[in-house]
Structure formats: structure tokens, C-alpha cells
Ligand binder design. Structure first.
Ligand SMILES: Cc1cc2nc3c(=O)[nH]c(=O)nc-3n(C[C@H](O)[C@H](O)[C@H](O)COP(=O)(O)O)c2cc1C
Length: 204
């Protein structure tokens, strides 16, 4: 049902605080890569490559390379105990043909939805110190890091809100620690509709 899918997309929010006591397994990461390799790709060139991280040691090396929630000025990112326990790193071959950035966006959302289906939380990160991360994981030179998707057992509540009239898109955290994310309304984002019903109304 389309309604069920919409509800799944709605509940698949960016999560930035996790329960680090429950680590995600290799099987989850491998499953997400299995989904990722079946996503659409411009020209079907499939330039993307993935690095899967779940060992505590490697997670510790990845974490300092990431930038968290730029709008939350007083928050430096998840504390020890609430950090991601896995990372799905989306790379492409250097100077790859096609549209690797677009392909990567499709994969990133697929990973978000897959994580949510597995009861995990996730956050796509574009704020990445790529040089440092490449060194931390000893990635081959011929590889560009596009995005990192942080993963783990979610330990925060995220709620969608309607964007206020002033158009402020900044998310915020309330006194109870709930994270609120303003979204544009249907009428804001759908700027054209050409349906049979309307054409009949217009001409009728
Ligand atoms: C391409 C992309 C890059 C992002 N980079 C970061 C990032 O570097 N750090 C971060 O904390 N969140 C990042 N996010 C998450 C966004 O902040 C988040 O999607 C937005 O606040 C809306 O929240 P929602 O995903 O729950 O709808 C990124 C999201 C996307 C799609």
C-alpha cells in the first residue's frame, strides 16, 4: 500500500544519537550493501563502491572525521555511549563517468530506508574530512569518498513539523531532547498538477 510506504518514509528520519551498548552486526551492513548494489545508476555504469565498518576500533577512527548537525550550535555531536556503531561509506572510483553524486543520493536513501526496516537509525553525512577518513581506513588512492551513512540503534526521538510561515528550515531540539524537523507542505513543493479530474473541472 502506498500509505504504508509514505509512513515508512516518514518514520525514516536522520538520527544522530544511538545506543552504543547494542552494536550493529556485519549482517546488517552486508544486507544494506546488497540493497545498494541493486539501485538505479545513470547509464547503469555503477561507479559506486562501499566500505562497511562496524568494529569498535574502526568506528573510533571514523567518528572524528565527521561533522554533526550544523544548526545545533551548542551540540558538538554524539557523546561516547551514544555514537554510531556502524558506518556505510559511499565512495566512487576517481573521475568516474556517469552521475556518481546522484547515484550516491539514491543509495543513501536506500540505506536510510533499509536501516529503518531493520530497526536501526541512520544519518547521511556530507560533512566529512575526506582526507582524514581515507587515511583512517587506509582507503585506496583511486577512491573518492562521497557520503558516510552513520548507523546504530536509535536513542533519540525525531518528529516532523510543518515549516513555519517565516520559512525557517533549521531543525531544533526541545528541552526533553526531542529533535524537531520542519518540512515544507505538499502545496509548497508540488508546483504543478495535471490530472484528468482538474482538466475536466477547468473545461467543464
Ligand atoms: C546530502 C546530505 C548531507 C547531509 N550531511 C549531514 C551532515 O554532514 N551532518 C549531519 O548531522 N546531518 C547531515 N545530513 C542530514 C540532514 O541534516 C537531514 O536530512 C535534515 O536535517 C532533515 O532531517 P531528516 O533527514 O530527518 O528529514 C545530510 C543529509 C543529506 C541528504
Amino acid at each position: 500500500m502506498l500509505e504504508d510506504f509514505i509512513a515508512k518514509v516518514r518514520s525514516s528520519r536522520s538520527v544522530r544519537r544511538f545506543d552504543e551498548s547494542e552494536r550493529i552486526g556485519a549482517d546488517s551492513l552486508r544486507g544494506l550493501a546488497e540493497a545498494a548494489r541493486q539501485t538505479p545508476s545513470a547509464g547503469n555504469l555503477q561507479p559506486l563502491r562501499y566500505v562497511l565498518v562496524s568494529s569498535a576500533n574502526a568506528c573510533e577512527r571514523v567518528f572524528p572525521c565527521l561533522g554533526w548537525a550544523a544548526y545545533l550550535k551548542d551540540w558538538k555531536g554524539p557523546e561516547p555511549g551514544e555514537r554510531p556503531t556502524g558506518y556505510f561509506i559511499i565512495c566512487s572510483e576517481k573521475d568516474a563517468a556517469g552521475m556518481p553524486q546522484v547515484d550516491a543520493g539514491i543509495v543513501a536513501q536506500t540505506v536510510m530506508l533499509g536501516a529503518s526496516a531493520a530497526g536501526l537509525g541512520a544519518c547521511i553525512l556530507g560533512s566529512v574530512n575526506r582526507e582524514k577518513l581515507g587515511e583512517a581506513l587506509d582507503l585506496p588512492d583511486g577512491m573518492d569518498i562521497l557520503f558516510v551513512v552513520a548507523l546504530g540503534r536509535p536513542a533519540e526521538e525525531v518528529r516532523l513539523e510543518e515549516l513555519s510561515k517565516d520559512g525557517d528550515v533549521r531543525y531544533w531540539r526541545d528541552a526533553q531532547g526531542v529533535h524537531h524537523v520542519p518540512k515544507r507542505t505538499y502545496d509548497d513543493v508540488v508546483v504543478g498538477e495535471y490530472f484528468d479530474e482538474q482538466e475536466k473541472e477547468n473545461t467543464g
